[in-house]
Structures are given as C-alpha cells and as structure tokens.
Design a binder for this molecule. Structure first.
Ligand SMILES: C[S@@+](CC[C@H](N)C(=O)[O-])C[C@H]1O[C@@H](n2cnc3c(N)ncnc32)[C@H](O)[C@@H]1O
Length: 301
C-alpha cells in the first residue's frame, strides 16, 4: 500500500510561490515521466517502478512540509540539531574567505542557515552565499517563511530554487561553480544516488568539497536493536499525533534502512570522481551516535 497523502497536502501541492520568490524549474522538478522504463526503485521497503518514486517522495514531503521542523525535533528529541551543527562546523564555511555554496534537498533551510551563521559568527563573513535547492515547493516555501525572519532575507546571501538534484538545469547551475555542495538527509530520497553525485561533481569547482549528512548503519547490535525499536514504533506514532500522518513517517524510517552502508556509499562517492579518505570512521566518513547518522565528504578531483 502506498502512503496516504492527506487532502490538505494535495491542496498544498497546488499552492505556488510567487515567481519572484522562487526560481522554479517545473520541468526538471516534476520530471516523473509516465513512460515505464521497466526498472524499479525502493520506496521504503516497497519496490516501485523507478519513474514513480519521485512523485511518491514528493507526496511524502508535501504531506509533512508544514510540520517538518516540529516533527524533526520531536522524533529525534532535538538531536538532529546537534548533528547539523556538527556537520556545518566540520566544513568551516567562510574559513578561507567567502564561499559560494549549494545546499541540495535543502528543505526548510536548516543547513543553509547554519552555513550563513557559521561564516558570520566565526569569520565576520557576510558574503558567503547559499543556494537552497529542493524538488518540493512546499518545503522551500516553509524555508522562505523562515528566512524572512532572519537578517539574510532579501540579500544575495540566500536564494531558493525548485529543481531535481539528479538533473540540475545546467543553464542555471553551471559547471565548476560552487566551493561547497551540501546535502543533508536528502540523498536517500532520490531515485538515483549516482545521478545526484554526478551532478554534485559537475557543479563543484575542482578541489571543492562535497558533503553529505545522512542516516546510516549502526555498528553496535544492541544500539541497532534499540534504535530499530524506537524508530519503527515511536516515529510513525508521533507522525500520527503531531502531523496526522503515520504513513509518510513510516516511509522515512524504512528509507533509512535501505540506504547503503558507510563503505558502499563512500565507494559511490569515489565512483563519481571525488577523492575521499580511507574506508573507516574518521576517514571517508565520520559516524555520529554510533552510525545512526554519518557525514561523508569528498573532494572533486
Ligand atoms: C528529510 S528532508 C531534509 C531537508 C533538509 N536538508 C534538512 O536536513 O532538514 C529531504 C528533502 O529532500 C527533498 N528531495 C527529495 N528528493 C529530491 C530530489 N530528487 N531533488 C531535490 N530534492 C529532493 C525533499 O523534498 C525534502 O525537502
């Protein structure tokens, strides 16, 4: 059974941001073609035709967008904030002068805001900029509302773009452009991880950094069992209570389990043309909380 998408979410899907607020790329962003390729993709624990995954994922985020930040805090007991802080401070945006950053699958802007705050607070840098890219207009709309309350609103430091991570329009996202590419809790939702990595490699300058924060594989069996118990029972229940939607949260939990292990993902990053550290915690990746999440980085060669 596919996840239930509330009527409210369907109405929300039809909502559009003013063009001046959001440079949309509808062709790219909703490229869920109706022609079957015969290939399949995982959608949580389900196997679906490859070409339907994108719209199913879009339904999930349409459904959760307005409650996304609240649910993130509730379901992780605020821990996602610590992970995101740690992700951004590891990258030290602004340390070598202003950077042009792209935050893909940027959702409501959690990473972008941290990048800009870090550059300003640590290096008095008010020139570093972040382009927030997401396939989902509702998530971007929530991010836009949030940035409106910050000093970055209406400055060249932040912009919002509706586009697919797998096919960033080359006219808008040019080759060899960015100093830093970030993607947090987004890549597992994409149909083709290699396609996302290929695009990341294309848009980064040579020598620039790709960085991914994603749920990962827990090494310790006891922690893994406790974590499974928590995520499969508590998170969908919280989804029902706080967002009136357990199916979307069930998908989010299932999709975590389908994501490749740390070494497998590191290999995919290398296959896309990035140099990484060795295959160990502290090398190609850094585990957070025993591998519940991990940070992978690579340098474009
Ligand atoms: C779990 S949210 C993460 C949002 C944000 N990065 C954060 O850490 O809070 C995943 C985001 O990925 C976006 N997404 C899913 N598939 C995508 C794709 N193919 N291209 C761009 N964004 C995508 C969703 O719309 C959603 O906003």
């Amino acid at each position: 059974m596919l996840p239930r998408v509330s009527q409210c979410a369907r109405r929300a899907r039809r909502h559009c941001l003013a063009p001046s607020l959001l440079r949309q790329n509808h062709n790219q962003a909703s490229s869920g073609t109706s022609q079957s390729t015969g290939r399949t993709a995982s959608f949580g624990f389900k196997t679906v035709p490859e070409e339907s995954k994108e719209s199913l994922v879009k339904d999930v985020f349409d459904s959760v967008a307005s409650k996304y930040d609240l649910m993130n805090d509730a379901s992780s007991l605020g821990v996602h904030r610590l992970w995101k802080d740690s992700f951004v401070s590891t990258l030290r945006p602004g340390c070598k002068g202003p950077m042009r950053c792209i935050d893909v699958a940027g959702g409501t802007g959690d990473i972008a805001l941290r990048i800009l705050d870090h550059a300003r607070e640590q290096y008095a840098d008010r020139e570093t900029s972040v382009e927030i890219v997401d396939i989902n207009a509702q998530m971007l709309s929530e991010g836009f509302k949030r940035f409106k309350k910050t000093m970055y609103h209406n400055t060249p430091q932040v912009s919002f773009h509706e586009a697919n991570a797998q096919e960033l329009p080359p006219s808008q996202f040019k080759d060899d452009t960015y100093d830093l590419y970030t993607i947090a809790f987004g890549i597992r939702n994409c149909t083709s991880i290699p396609a996302v990595l290929k695009e990341a490699h294309r848009v980064l300058k040579p020598g620039a950094t790709f960085a991914c924060l994603e749920f990962s594989k827990v090494g310790n069996p006891l922690l893994s069992a406790l974590y499974d118990q928590y995520s499969f029972s508590v998170i969908p229940l919280m989804g029902t209570i706080l967002a009136g939607d357990s199916a979307s949260y069930q998908y989010l939990v299932e999709s975590i389990r389908k994501f490749p292990s740390q070494p497998d993902f590191a290999q995919m990053i290398r296959d896309a043309g990035f140099a990484t550290g060795g295959d160990r915690d502290g090398g190609a990746w850094t585990d957070l909380w025993g591998g519940i999440a991990s940070i992978h980085t690579g340098v474009k060669v």
